[in-house]
Design a protein around this ligand. Sequence first.
Ligand SMILES: [Zn+2]
Length: 136
Amino acid sequence: MEYKLTFREYSESLKRDKLLGLKCSNCQTITCPPKMTCQECGGTDLEVTELSGKGKIVTYTVIYVAPEGRENESPYAVVLVELEEGPWITGNLIDIDPARVGMELIGRQVKLGHKVFSGDKYSDGDAARPLFSFAD
Ligand SMILES: [Zn+2]
């Protein structure tokens, strides 16, 4: 079985603020971040598709104890976003004071950016991750 979209390709695309997903030819569901199979039906006939990067916040959390090597970044907010095209992805939320966020975040419209995190002993070098800011 081949990877239609590797995590490295996904990350390199994110560095250009371009969000890629995989569209299933069987059920039309879009899977993002990339997996080997459709997240809905398990199908393997997938096609790379570009997503808008726009969506709304479904839920959030605030990280006060950051992973090793990123202690100076905490606290920070992480949001789960339902993209316009359907898939839900997580990313950091910027332009807010993480210590003052609350339930008013739920349903807010956001748009995608990215942040490149440097590699650490657990990862395979630098990688871009989704970063969201308010769009409304
Ligand atoms: Zn499917």
